[in-house]
Structure formats: structure tokens, C-alpha cells
Ligand binder design. Structure first.
Ligand code: CS2
Length: 457
């Protein structure tokens, strides 16, 4: 947590009394109220020409205080769009209600309302993996568990179909969400009551929309809040800093309607796979390389890591591999050039530690598909392998890291040499972990990388 900013005591707090902005009726329920939701879906919704009909009720996720902070401002916050040249400030008022994520009663009430037509999700990649510890059982403590309980309430209320829109960085994210939700809903089947036949009802009534989302949004810092106070003359504890670039590609149906997000540039396509691959591999893949190799080499931000020729070369090598598996009609060279410019925006302090979190989930999507495709084509896939090597070196050297499988990583770290490399690799791919030659290659790459970086993390 950042220390609270030192602001003049008489500075007024941002809210709808200070800046009157109408509240639209809640028709979208969002799970995972964080900076990215505010800079992306909330901003797109505000830009839609029918914004007056589409209010969002946003439930907090990993940061429970996010709801309190935003509720105190009646959902209002400042979006700072930061280019290489300067900042522009915009008030966003599409969040009509900010709710504590643990408030299951309110979630059920809103999802069961016939007025609610869309549920959007930014609950992090790790939230879609079945919880092996409890056998994938329905858990009211997890976001998807709560969502299933709320869908049961919607069926009960006869409120009809709706769309669930996954906005997390996963390949085929609509399909992944559908599978996870149906599996959770089917788990208590056979028990009497609210859950019998629930998974069939969801399958027939809920559409799972796939999306590729993009807008680089670092965590807000104390300095950002002070800057907004200076520039705007109010206290806004929920301000968000983001880049001017934004992109949203969606595929799927909205049986109960949706805002005209296309007014803000959202694009609706039939086949989303090439777009999500382009984003996940080129942007997110490069991010992971920069995060792990950058931290090992003593850098703090994406822009700093990119200006290190060793990190940059690792990114380019990976991009050359990945580009061979993407359709050129998507303008890959232009996309790469635009990424270099976005990553190089030094005014956006995107912390590598933020990107380094949850490696076991992220790398499965960002490195493994390229590695497999390259090996399939009879090539080494060294660029994709180096992303994994950098992660291995990072978890081996870091004092602290965040990962849904942190316990398994720590167990693997108790081993030595190749055995350790194999045990860590098994967390990403058991198949690769049993390929001795590959483990040997990674292990020697890892030792070289650690020796070359020698930074205390
Ligand atoms: C990043 C993403 O934290 C991460 O893993 O790669 O959050 C990235 O900044 C966004 O996907 C950009 O749209």
C-alpha cells in the first residue's frame, strides 16, 4: 500500500456534488474493480452514445478498500491519459455503484434484476483455474463461485438471458469462462434446491463473450494522486493513470443488449483468435520477458528494461518467432513498432514487479503456444524458452513473489540443479518437464542468466 498522500486539509473531495454528473441505471455488473476496469470498460461505457442508459455496479476484487474509496466519491474518478508529451484529465462517471466484493446479497440482487444485461469480469488470469484444493467445488469466497450463486438467483427470479464478458488476458477467454462457470454450477447438482439443472439453464441462457482487451494501466501511486490534486483542485483517491492507446475486440452475442462501445472504437468480430493471439503473444509475452529479465538486471519499469539492449534483444527474438504464427494481414510489423513506442513511454511508470506476478498462469498463455509451434516446425523456440528461463531465474532469486502456486514453487526451490528446473517447469507443462534435453537447455540458460545479472531482488 502507498502511504496516504499529503494534501491540503481544505481540499474538497471529488464526488457528484462537487462535479454533478448524472448516474445511469445499473445494467452492467462488474467483478474486479481495479485500475484496469476503470481505464478500460468504465471509460468505454462512458464514451458510448447511449451511456445515459448504462450504469455499472462494480464489485471490488483483490483490493477490498477499492469499493469504499470509490463509493465515497459516488463512483466518480479522474482518468489521466498520459502520452509522451503530457497529461489530459477526464472525469468518468459510468460507475453508478461501487460495492464490496464480499457483499453476496447485493450481487445476487443486481444479477437477478431483469434490468441487468451484461456482467463483465477482470478477476485476473489465476481466477479461472479450478481450485484443486477443494476439487473445483462451488465456493462463495471466489469470484466465479459468487457469480454462479448470483446466476442461480437470476434463474430463480425469471430475469432471462444475459451476457458474461471476460476481460482477462486469457486465450479463448469466453470459452474458458463458460467451462469454469458450467463446471462450478454442475458441482452441487443432485443436491436439492437452487442448483438442480442450473448448469443447463446457464448453458441455454447465458452467452459467454470472448474479448481481447488492451490498455496499459499501472497501479496508481501517491504521486499520481498529488498530481491530480494539483491539476484539478480536488482530492481523488481513485484516480487512474493510463496511456492514450486503447483497444477492445469482442466476439459473441448480447441477448439482453449492450452499450454502443463501438462509439469508443470497440470492434466486433466473428473470429477473435488471431487478435487475442497477437495481443497475448506480442504485448503480454514481451511484458513477461521484460519483467523477469529486467528485474534480474536491476530495472524497475518497462521503459527502463526496454532501453537495455539485452532485454530488448530477447523481446525481438521472441517477436520474430511469434510473428511466424500470426496472420500478416493483421499488420504485425506496424503492431510491433507501436508496441515499442508504447513500452518506451517513460512517463508511464509501469512497474515490472506488477507484471511479474502470477507467472505460472501467465506463461502458459504467453510462452508455451509459441514454444510448441516452433518445435512443431522443427525449430528450437529459443525465444519462447528464454521467457521461461527468465521466470525460472526470477523465482530462484527473488525474495518475494506473488503466484497462485507459490507453495508448489517454494517446494520446487528446495531441490537443486536440474531437478529444481524440472520441478519448476512441471508447474507450466509436465510434458516439457519430462523432456530431459529441454530441461538441460533451460538449466544452463538459467545459470548463465543468473550469473550475468547478479542483482539482489
Ligand atoms: C501485463 C498486462 O500485468 C501484466 O501481466 O502484461 O496487465 C498488460 O499491461 C495489459 O494486458 C495491457 O493491456
Amino acid at each position: 500500500m502507498q502511504p496516504p498522500p499529503i494534501l491540503p486539509a481544505d481540499l474538497p473531495q471529488l464526488n457528484r456534488a462537487l462535479h454533478p454528473m448524472p448516474k445511469a441505471p445499473v445494467r452492467i455488473v462488474h467483478l474486479g474493480l481495479g485500475a484496469f476496469h476503470r481505464s478500460h470498460q468504465a471509460w468505454y461505457t462512458q464514451q458510448a452514445s447511449d451511456a445515459a442508459e448504462w450504469g455499472i455496479a462494480a464489485f471490488s476484487g483483490r483490493r477490498p478498500d477499492a469499493a469504499d474509496i470509490l463509493a465515497a466519491q459516488n463512483g466518480l474518478f479522474t482518468l489521466v491519459q498520459r502520452s509522451g508529451k503530457g497529461d489530459s484529465f477526464e472525469l468518468v462517471g459510468s460507475i453508478a455503484e461501487a460495492v464490496d466484493g464480499a457483499d453476496l446479497r447485493r450481487l445476487k440482487e443486481l444479477v437477478a434484476s431483469p434490468q441487468t444485461s451484461v456482467v463483465t469480469l477482470t478477476i485476473t488470469e489465476a481466477a479461472y483455474t479450478p481450485d484443486e484444493a477443494n476439487g473445483g467445488a462451488l465456493e462463495s469466497a471466489t469470484p466465479l463461485g459468487r457469480l454462479v450463486l448470483a446466476l442461480a438467483a437470476r434463474r430463480e427470479a425469471g430475469a432471462g438471458p444475459l451476457a458474461i464478458v471476460c476481460c482477462d488476458n486469457l486465450a479463448h477467454n469466453g470459452t474458458v469462462t463458460r467451462k469454469a462457470v458450467l463446471a462450478l454450477a454442475a458441482w452441487p447438482a443432485g443436491q436439492a434446491g437452487a442448483f438442480a439443472g442450473l448448469s443447463e439453464w446457464i448453458d441455454a441462457n447465458v452467452s459467454f463473450v470472448s474479448t481481447s482487451v488492451d490498455r496499459i494501466t499501472p497501479r496508481t501511486t501517491t504521486a499520481d494522486i498529488e498530481l491530480v490534486a494539483d491539476a484539478c483542485g480536488y482530492r481523488d483517491a481513485a484516480a487512474v493513470i493510463t496511456e492514450p492507446f486503447h483497444n477492445w475486440i469482442l466476439s459473441g452475442s448480447f441477448p439482453a443488449g449492450r452499450p454502443r462501445w463501438e462509439d469508443a472504437g470497440a470492434v466486433f468480430v466473428d473470429d477473435i483468435a488471431p487478435y487475442e493471439n497477437r495481443k497475448l503473444w506480442l504485448l503480454n509475452g514481451a511484458h513477461s520477458i521484460l519483467a523477469y529479465s529486467g528485474l534480474l538486471r536491476g530495472h524497475k519499469t518497462v521503459a527502463e528494461a526496454l532501453s537495455d539492449s539485452a532485454c530488448r534483444a530477447a523481446v525481438e527474438e521472441f517477436w520474430d518467432e511469434a510473428s511466424q504464427h500470426l496472420p500478416m494481414r493483421l499488420g504485425i510489423p506496424e503492431y510491433r513498432a507501436a508496441l515499442l513506442e508504447r513500452f518506451g513511454n517513460e512517463r508511464i511508470a509501469h512497474l515490472l514487479t506488477q507484471i511479474a506476478a502470477d507467472g505460472t498462469t501467465k506463461l502458459r498463455m504467453r510462452s508455451l503456444p509459441i514454444l510448441a509451434a516452433e518445435r512443431e516446425a522443427g525449430r528450437s523456440g529459443d525465444g519462447a524458452a528464454r521467457m521461461i528461463t527468465a521466470w525460472l531465474a526470477y523465482v530462484t532469486s527473488a525474495v518475494e513473489f506473488q503466484d497462485p502456486r507459490a507453495g508448489d514453487i517454494k517446494n520446487a526451490l528446495n531441490r537443486r540443479g536440474r531437478e529444481r528446473t524440472a520441478a519448476l517447469l512441471a508447474l507450466l507443462s509436465p510434458e516439457l518437464a519430462s523432456d530431459k534435453a529441454f530441461v538441460e537447455r533451460l538449466d544452463s540458460q538459467r545459470s548463465t542468466l543468473v550469473a550475468a545479472s547478479a542483482h539482489n531482488l
